[in-house]
Design a protein around this ligand. Sequence first.
Ligand code: UD1
Length: 448
Amino acid sequence: MEFCPLSVYSLTAGSSGSPTFLTTNFSRYIMDKLIIEGGRPLSGVIDVNGSKNAALPILLSSILLEGPQDFFNVPNLRDIRTTLKLLGLLGCDCVQEGKRVHMEPGTLTPEAPYDLVRTMRASVLCLGPLIARLGRATVALPGGCAIGARPVDQHLKGLEKMGAVFTLEGGNIIGRCEHLRGAQITFDMPTVGGTENLIMAAVLADGTTQLNNAAREPEITDLANFLNSCGARIRGQGTSTIEIEGVTSLRGSTYSIMPDRIEAGTFLACVGMTGGRIVLTHCPVEALESVISVLESMGMRFEHCEQGFAASMSGPLKATEIRTQPYPGFPTDMQAQVMALMCLAQGVSIVDERIFENRFMHALELVRMGADIQINGHTALVRGVDHLTGAPVMASDLRASASLVLAGLAARGETQIRRIYHLDRGYERIEDKLSAVGARIRREHEDD
Ligand code: UD1
């Protein structure tokens, strides 16, 4: 296999969804940067947030409800604020107070505007619920993103099987169907968003829908459990065959979102990078099995303790191999963070990225910090180096940003990470959580 050095490897960055519509509050984040002084071992306790990727579809399924709803353990993140704004425009009035969101259903409208959808691809998840509830939906086509083309053909094909008809007009997907009916749907590949969209469409359809080759991610199970708490009849969540028996209406309930396995996994990986010991409270250990076993193979130790789940690292990191796969395989959302660990591991590590094209944007920045990485197509070869050196670097997408934080925590000297609005999409005040366990990390305005 031939690997090309990163200096001659050209990465194509599509539209990364830069947030031009943003309010004054958001623009503050655009200008922020993180400054990290590396080399401090971590020690202490970190509480894991509610899951962003579970919260997004769960909040959007408010569209399906006929009564008020209270959501708990909702993270305070930019993507969540975008979702609440979108829900407000669609007719579901939401108020967030700390980790609680209260939703009051109002008169629904079927249009999700481009300005919101372009900043958050997950907005496409309102397609299924809007057609189910209103018989029509106009949702801007999300377009490309920094980690690949990310099509939505599986969402549309599934909805078509249930009777929906789609046209593309002025950059919008327009979907219509008087009343969705249950269908047998087999996905070409397990898709998280596709599975979620079709579950939400099928809960109010006539008859029973069977989803085959469905994605099995824990966030899908959380969505199905939430909908069942509102009166839906969903079975098989967490397996690749999900059955949804349509009901005529759904009531509101109270529901607590599952903890964020990717946030938790990122903090576990931080300890591998710096050494030390941290304890995570509300850590979704079972959902992190594949990540934990890779981190163990690199020399980390884990144990359940009275306060939660403890991670420690004392010796040198060892090289390993990962291949990203649908759950329960190794998650693509942890690939960039583990690549940061590989940069300092003894020996040669291999990353095989099988879910998304263009998901090596972080590699170029890691190389600027002294890493030795070569890319060939969807494979990266990482030769461990003795140390990384702090440098000014640029965040390119959410998880790429997290890998730069990890690198910065271990690097000699100061690392400045710009464009951290990507990071703020998925991590709530990461600098506060890491400072509390001993890291030297602070947020500054770019123009300070
Ligand atoms: C979700 C997660 C994201 C994670 C990803 C994979 C949310 C909000 N985002 O994204 O963080 O990285 O799962 O675990 O939960 N595909 C198609 N056609 C489709 C749909 C998907 O070809 O209609 C392909 C994608 O290009 C990709 C693969 O299927 O190669 C998996 O994508 P999918 O699981 O749908 O990812 P998302 O739901 O977008």
